[in-house]
Write a protein that binds this ligand. Structure first.
Ligand code: ATP
Ligand code: MG
Ligand code: FE
Length: 342
């Protein structure tokens, strides 16, 4: 079965073709980062308009790259939510328009299910069940995953998401948007002993997170510096921030594995691209004989491949999930653990 995937929940337009026999045939991505940079964050109206401009050329590209004819597509999976309403509407309209024109069924996919299943696209995919740490720009959740659509929430952030903490702290250091990769690179040059920042909820008994206090702690350190804070000091603060957030994320993952008795840990979402987090998780897991699985680096942040793949996984289990119903039904807010198994 050949599935076209369309991602448009935020500031990346992603198109991909996934075949249940042959695997991922092609994927193409356009990131709007440059456009939103000057505003210091995503401007929803600009995001929607740009998805309209990019989607069809990206579709032509994945068709050409894979030498697939439109008529060969069996179903179209699009991101139905959660995300920016206007941006989601563009993806769903294009999916439904194509579906209507080609007489093919469409299926709305949960964006976070896409992230969560993206490590299964890697060359060494994890088997179910596993613990998943979903660390993206808008979410930080620990889930127990028993199969496609079988997600039990173990803990989540009470305030900021991990990616948001990276971005906000980077902004405080003047590193631009989105600052996750930049603050991570700068931290490499930092002295680990220069500052110590709090590790929120490290010793709480549950698996919840809280990162807004950490961002405030970065703000306090920055404020205590003269206006022309030197590069080395910035690197030291970046290092303290990265060490703190990585410590908390690692500790909670180890606790989740211990509590559930599971041996496999899967990391998904943009922050999963972070080098320091990967090193820390790998070291902690090796000590305890756990195995950690990651998506390919290019599939950590938003992309169309994960949407095509999640759609294909569902349709493989129940082909009737895709329907020739072309209404506009997006879900800007949609909890992941409300999904059911196909
Ligand atoms: P959601 O999926 O929750 O709706 P999103 O789609 O915006 O949010 P992603 O695309 O998964 O989130 O990830 C983007 C986030 O990942 C940003 O906050 C970005 O700063 C962060 N990020 C990307 N690469 C890195 C990195 N190397 N280190 C730290 N953070 C990173
Ligand atoms: Mg993005
Ligand atoms: Fe995302």
């Amino acid at each position: 079965m050949l599935v076209l995937g369309i991602e448009s929940s935020c500031d990346e337009t992603g198109l991909a073709l996934y075949d249940t026999q042959r695997g991922l045939l092609a994927h193409a991505l356009y990131s709007q980062v440059k456009m939103h940079e000057e505003y210091g964050g995503v401007v929803p109206e600009l995001a929607s308009r740009d998805h309209i401009r990019r989607a069809i050329p990206l579709l032509e590209k994945v068709l050409a790259d894979s030498s697939v004819q439109r008529s060969e597509i069996d179903a179209i999976a699009y991101t139905q939510g959660p995300g920016l309403a206007g941006a989601l509407l563009v993806g769903s309209s294009i999916a439904c328009g194509l579906g209507l024109a080609l007489d093919k069924p469409v299926l709305g996919v949960h964006h976070l299910e896409g992230h969560l299943l993206s490590p299964l696209l890697a060359s060494e995919p994890p088997a179910f069940p596993f613990i998943a740490l979903l660390v993206s720009g808008g979410h930080t959740q620990l889930m127990r995953v028993d199969g496609v659509g079988q997600y039990a929430m173990l803990g989540e952030t009470l305030d900021d998401a991990a990616g948001e903490a990276f971005d906000k702290s980077a902004k405080l250091l003047g590193l631009g948007y989105p600052g996750g990769p930049a603050i991570s690179r700068l931290a490499e040059f930092g002295d680990p002993n220069a500052y110590t920042l709090p590790r929120p909820m490290l010793h709480s008994k549950n698996l919840d997170f809280s990162f807004s206090g950490l961002k405030t702690a970065v703000l306090t350190v920055v404020k205590n510096h003269p206006a022309n804070i030197c590069e080395q000091d910035k690197a030291n603060i970046a290092r303290a921030f990265v060490d703190a957030i990585v410590d908390v994320l690692t500790a909670k993952c180890m606790t989740a594995l211990k509590q559930t008795g599971l041996k496999r840990l899967v990391i998904a979402g943009g922050v999963g691209a972070n080098r320091q987090l990967r090193e820390s998780l790998n070291a902690a897991a090796a000590k305890r004989r756990y195995k950690v699985f990651y998506p390919e680096l290019e599939f950590c942040t938003d992309n169309g491949a994960m949407i095509a793949f999640a759609g294909a996984m569902r349709l493989q289990r129940d082909p009737n999930l895709a329907k020739k119903e072309y209404g506009f039904n997006v879900k800007p807010r949609w909890p992941l653990d409300s999904l059911s198994a196909p």
